[in-house]
Design a binder for this molecule. Structure first.
Ligand SMILES: Nc1nc2c(ncn2[C@@H]2O[C@H](COP(=O)(O)OP(=O)(O)O)[C@@H](O)[C@H]2O)c(=O)[nH]1
Ligand SMILES: [Mg+2]
Length: 319
């Protein structure tokens, strides 16, 4: 009954569209949904579960988390006496939701008080600047007064890239020359935002310096200096992870978490080679909320992380 879709409220349209894209992209290659196709007509015996475990590993889920998923699935299948493929898919989705749901904590930005400072953290190329651009538009459209801070002072191109996003979205960008002190740029932006009554400062940071220790020290300094304007700042320290890094993303997350204490994780490039399974491992190993997922380079290619939706995309079920 195609007419039914006409009754769907307009605001639902982009959400389901996003889900379709997420599902399509996660299932390209070796997504778990595809992996379950061989289940058709077979009994859910230990051999089948072992094959599924292999598929989980191929989808970037770590070994311990894969075992946890298989164990959860085995229990659910026994308890609910599941024998068919549709039942198995639904059981898999439910098992994945169990792992992901505790991390599904969308960011809430208060209005009308002091500016909320969000630091975007992550290695070069992970998608920090692009995610800032996407978020700038999103929050501006929600009526927030948004300002950007060009805290990646290591490369001139990074400053220009942020300025371009600022122009495109008509939001001001606080920047200094390349080589300037990143903490000073963020400090200035937060002060300006406070003076001018802005709601949100999205601050870029460098993803690479001469060495790893230097990078972590610089980030710690940005955090410290921001705290001089507002002891509660930065209110969000968001790690941006590239899904195509696979299991390497785990080490990155652990390192940044140790250095600055992350308060949020967003994952980009789920439209690329990444299978997204790494989020299951992260959910299992790190108690840090998941905020956003990105599936493309355009401003609209970003959505709030949704555990049901993500699990369904992986398991090949309806959300
Ligand atoms: N396909 C795809 N590309 C992305 C996504 N997010 C960022 N990119 C691209 O990844 C590249 C690096 O992004 P950038 O924001 O400059 O990373 P940064 O170095 O962390 O600031 C750019 O070419 C972006 O357009 C995404 O969700 N999907
Ligand atoms: Mg950048």
């Amino acid at each position: 009954m195609p007419r039914m879709t006409d009754a769907t409220p307009a605001r639902e349209a982009p959400r389901s569209g996003f889900f379709q894209r997420l599902k399509q992209k996660l299932n390209r290659g070796l997504g778990l949904g595809v992996a379950l196709d061989w289940l058709a007509g077979r009994k859910l015996d230990p051999a089948v579960l072992a094959e599924l475990e292999d598929q989980l590993l191929l989808a970037d889920v770590g070994i311990e988390t894969s075992e946890r998923i298989i164990e959860g699935l085995r229990r659910r299948i026994g308890r609910e006496a599941i024998v068919d493929e549709a039942g198995a898919r639904a059981a898999l989705a439910a098992t994945l939701v169990e792992i992901l749901q505790p991390r599904a904590q969308p960011l809430v930005i208060p209005r009308g008080g002091k500016p909320f400072l969000m630091l975007m953290i992550g290695v070069n190329g992970s998608g920090k600047t692009t995610t800032i651009g996407k978020l700038a538009r999103r929050y501006r459209d929600e009526g927030l007064k948004v300002m950007l801070a060009a805290g990646d002072t290591y490369r001139a191109a990074a400053i220009e890239q942020l300025q371009a996003w600022g122009e495109r979205n008509s939001v001001p960008v606080i920047a200094q020359q390349p080589g300037a002190d990143s903490a000073a740029v963020v400090f200035d932006a937060l002060q300006a935002a406070t003076a001018r009554g802005y709601d949100l400062v999205l601050a870029d940071t460098a993803g690479r310096l001469q060495n790893q220790a230097g990078l972590m020290q610089e980030l710690a300094k940005v955090v410290r200096v921001a705290g001089r304007v507002d002891p509660a700042a930065p209110h969000e320290k968001m790690l941006v992870l590239d899904a195509s890094l696979g299991q390497n993303a785990i080490n990155q997350a652990l390192q940044f978490h140790q250095a600055v204490g992350l308060t949020g994780i967003s994952m980009t490039k789920l439209d690329g080679g990444g299978k997204g399974g790494v989020l299951l491992t992260l959910a299992d190993r790190l108690d840090v909320p998941f905020r956003y997922v990105g599936v493309g380079e355009d401003a609209a290619d970003l959505d709030v992380f949704d555990a049901q939706q993500f699990a369904a995309a992986l398991a090949g079920t309806a959300p």
